[in-house]
Every structure is written in C-alpha cells, then in structure tokens.
Design a protein around this ligand. Sequence first.
Ligand SMILES: Nc1ncnc2c1ncn2[C@@H]1O[C@H](COP(=O)(O)OP(=O)(O)O)[C@@H](O)[C@H]1O
Ligand SMILES: N[C@@H](CCOP(=O)(O)O)C(=O)O
Length: 319
Amino acid sequence: MAVYTPVTAADLTAFLQRYDIGVATSFKGIAEGVQNSNFLLETTCGRYVLTLYETRVEIAALPWFLRLTTYLADKGLPVPRPIVDREGVALQVLNGRPACVIAFVTGVSVTEPTPEQARAAGAAMGALHRATADFGEPRVNDLGQPFWAAMAARCEGRTGEIDAALPGVIATGLAATADWPVSLASAVVHTDLFPDNVLMLGGAVTGLIDFYFACTDLRAFDYAVTHSAWCFSDDGARYFPERAAALAAGYGETYGLTEAEVAALPRLGVGAALRFVLTRAYDWLNTPADALVTKKDPMAFARRLDWYAAATPDMVLGV
Ligand SMILES: Nc1ncnc2c1ncn2[C@@H]1O[C@H](COP(=O)(O)OP(=O)(O)O)[C@@H](O)[C@H]1O
Ligand SMILES: N[C@@H](CCOP(=O)(O)O)C(=O)O
C-alpha cells in the first residue's frame, strides 16, 4: 500500500489547471512502493505518475533529485522525466505535500531476475554512471560509510531483539569497512538500484526510477549495492553467480570496473549489505505495528554481509 495522502477528483482537477497536459480521464493509487504516495494518472494527453512526497524522503533535497532526473532524461537515459507546469516548475505542493507529475514508463520490475535481465541492469547502471560524470552538483550520502557507526548507535543496542546474531554481524560489518577505499572514483550514483527500481520489458530496461537516495559516492559502491540486490535470493540465503557474471558483463559494456575497484569488491559488498542492514534494523525497531509500511527484514542483508565478508573478488564477479 503506498497512498498515504488521498487526492480527490476535485483536488486533481484544480491541480491540473497549472499544466498543459490535458484533463484527467483516469486516476488510481499505485499499490507498490513504500516511501511516497503514487498515483497513475491518465489524461487526454498521455499517462503520468503523480507522486506526493512523504516524510521518508529528504524534502530539502527534492529540487536536487528533480534536477538530476531531468538532466538524465535530457541525456536520453530511460529515466522518467519530471513534467513542468506552464511556468516551468516541476516541484509543486498538493494537499500539503510536495508533489510532482512524472512521465509514465511502461514496464514491470522483476522479482527473480534472469542473467539476461541482470546483464541489462548492469549495462543500464554503467550508462547511468557515464551520464552522471558531468552532472556538476554533488550531494553528500548521509547513509554512506562515514555515518554507519552512528546509524548502528541509533539502534540503541536493541538489534539482538531482531535476531541474536545481528549485533555480531553489524560489528563485523563496521570493522570490515572502517578502512574504506576512499581513493576509488566518486560520482553521482543511485545507491538503491534494486530490481523494484528498474522497470523492464522482457530483457530490456525501460525505466530507472526512485532516485531519492541518489548522492555522490564511490561508483564501485553503487555497483556493490546493485550486486547485493540482484545476485541473491530475497532472503539472502542463496547466491546466483550466473547473475553476478551477467551483471559484470553488462556493466563492462557501458562502463567497467578498474583493477582497484575489483580488488575492493568484497569490502564494498560488506558496506552495501551493512547500509541496508542498518536502515532496515532501525525501521524494524521503530515502525509502529499498525503502520502502512511493510517492514523489510534486516537478516536478508545480514546473510549477504556474511557472504561478502568471506568472498573473493572473483566470487563477487561470478567467476
Ligand atoms: N515513472 C513511472 N512510470 C511507471 N511506473 C512508475 C513510475 N514511477 C513509479 N512507478 C510505479 O510505482 C511504484 C512505486 O514507485 P517508487 O518510486 O518505487 O515508490 P516509493 O518511492 O514509494 O518506494 C513502482 O514500483 C512502479 O510500479
Ligand atoms: N531498497 C531499500 C529500501 C528503499 O525502498 P524503495 O522501495 O524506495 O526502493 C531496502 O530494500 O531496504
């Protein structure tokens, strides 16, 4: 369920007066997603997604996110374009929430990626890394390595309530990432390129969405995040080397990893897994039982963290 702020037909009609996108012919809440309220909007001019940004997104950074996605759409990347009103403004307010109309992209997100789909995702990530190279506006990753110890502390010693093994896994993760490969190349990266944020038609990527964690960080860290999301079973118990080999091949088609990045992959993977362990553990401990948000299991990424802690670079590459 991802409609937190309702929008009535009257609200919508008044809102659309600002735009040159026709009048609404259909309007429905989108069930998928966890952070924002999303609606599928059909008008006499086309299909759009209307997003109302809820509290989990960093509201102050919204203009940056929308400049980035507009920049990427301008460059021809499969990134849905924010639609501007008659005055050229993309970011609006609707029912007390920041809001944006975004172009609709056809496609579905896969739950069990095939190697072919992992390859396409790798190639799309490489194209994204190429395209952001000259996006001249940095943004700090406030969920990046310098913040992990503080994020662990915010769980106030309660992670053992989730699973007895979790405090030890977090300690292993923090120790393994204390020496972070900061000399590797940085760029503006997605940092949440999970299968649910990649829309596909068959084996082809049609849309990269949900840039609300985008920031400046190590490019190879972004690779590790994507690897952690695409190359394991959901619960993190099974690794799929054939997906990993395909992801690496796809990324190599459009960008590619340096020797130093390859050597750092296991540590970057530990870091990627730790980032999701920490945010999921915090949410697990602090989300009220009656909240609409589905809590995600931190142990699924704790298992990945254990795997990366024992992995070689070749294993991460699926060789
Ligand atoms: N531009 C778009 N075109 C088509 N579908 C979209 C678009 N943006 C979002 N969606 C759909 O809405 C769902 C939720 O979007 P997402 O940005 O992941 O939400 P949240 O930020 O709340 O997690 C996606 O899984 C996708 O099905
Ligand atoms: N991908 C993250 C959570 C972020 O949710 P999203 O739906 O906005 O991608 C996780 O799996 O923990």
